[in-house]
Design a binder for this molecule. Structure first.
Ligand SMILES: Cc1cc2nc3c(=O)[nH]c(=O)nc-3n(C[C@H](O)[C@H](O)[C@H](O)COP(=O)(O)OP(=O)(O)OC[C@H]3O[C@@H](n4cnc5c(N)ncnc54)[C@H](O)[C@@H]3O)c2cc1C
Length: 306
């Protein structure tokens, strides 16, 4: 079967694209490895999505997904591993060895958490090392944990963890944290969080589970070990673009370059939207808007192909 449009991604950009595509009467397939994307990782309430004064990430994305599933759109839960363009047709290959064909594609695959790349990190994933505070915070009741990263995501993770953990350290590599003032005040109010700046994490240690970390104080160059049970990684994200190499150009951050007017990449018929692109602001409302824009541009492209 030849679809008009294949959308890759089940976050705000992909889901919005799906809803818009059906309204344009495009015969559409949405492929995603999971629903929710980064919104599902949000540890504290979302307070900047219009229509909701405060809503949990999980609840918001469930509402998105429910609306999508009411539409006439095919959905595949799978990981896209490659896209090829042969003539005017796109062929999309997935991890489970399926192939799908379409006349246009929208890449809305967002971003994955950036790994620390320190000793012990991979070994202890799921055994003390977490990339999703909202998923794992309840496992750390009365425990000591570290959050790596002093931006908003790190501070919000610490605020959420304060409902469970006994003591939380925020380790920031730079001399100053980057979190907004409001998050810094909220962290202070918990009375459980200590912020350590100039800290370069070196190693995560343990037996079966994490039992300590070693970091270097970048001022004194001394290595410091302290015992703890959990390490929450909040140092940003990397665009999920491995499957689209060769068909698009990237900027220095590995984000897909697009024409900002119509989300078109360098390959005709291949569009991109949301956090996977070079669009500067990485926000739910913006990703959703970009998803809508990309579909309307894909619709114009398909009309011209007729
Ligand atoms: C901790 C945290 C807190 C945040 N807080 C806020 C906030 O309060 N307000 C706000 O507006 N924004 C917030 N953001 C930013 C917001 O979540 C993102 O801007 C938004 O989710 C981007 O949407 P997206 O659809 O572009 O990508 P994503 O949300 O990353 O979704 C990408 C989707 O693509 C899928 N995917 C990836 N690769 C593949 C593949 N190869 N094959 C198939 N599917 C694939 C993923 O499973 C996922 O469903 C936060 C982000 C984080 C990490």
């Amino acid at each position: 079967m030849l679809y008009d449009l294949i959308i890759i991604g089940g976050g705000p950009a992909g889901i919005t694209a799906g809803i818009y595509a059906v309204r344009q009467k495009l015969n559409t397939l949405l492929i995603t490895k999971s629903f929710g994307g980064q919104v599902a990782r949000k540890a504290v309430a979302i307070e900047n999505y219009p229509g909701f004064e405060a809503i949990s990430g999980l609840e918001l994305i469930q509402k998105f997904e429910k609306q999508l599933r009411k539409q006439k759109v095919d959905i595949e839960r799978d990981l896209v591993v490659k896209i090829k363009k042969i003539g005017k047709k796109f062929i999309v290959f997935t991890e489970s060895k399926q192939q799908f064909q379409s006349k246009a594609v929208i890449v809305a695959s967002g971003a994955d958490p950036r790994p620390l790349e320190v000793l012990g990190e991979k070994k202890f994933i799921g055994r003390g090392v977490s990339y999703c505070t909202v998923c794992d915070q309840a496992l750390f009741g009365d425990k000591t944990v570290a959050v790596i990263g002093g931006g908003n995501a790190g501070f919000e993770a610490a605020i959420a963890l304060a409902n469970y953990a006994k003591k939380i350290y925020i380790l920031e590599y730079a001399p100053k944290v980057g979190a907004d003032q409001i998050n810094q005040e909220r962290v202070k109010k918990t009375g459980k969080v200590e912020v350590i700046t100039n800290a370069a994490l070196k190693q995560i240690k343990g037996n079966q589970f994490v039992n300590s970390i070693i970091y270097q104080d970048r001022k004194t160059k001394k290595n410091i070990t302290f015992p703890l049970e959990g390490v929450f990684v909040e140092i940003g994200s990397i665009p999920a673009t491995g499957f689209v190499k060769g068909l698009v150009d990237f900027n220095e951050k590995d984000e897909i370059k697009i024409n900002p007017r119509n989300n078109q990449t360098k390959t005709p018929g291949l569009f991109a939207a949301g956090d996977v692109t070079e669009v500067k602001q990485k926000q739910i409302v913006i990703a959703a808007g970009e998803g809508a824009k990309a579909v309307l541009a894909a619709y114009d492209y398909l009309q011209k192909q007729k």
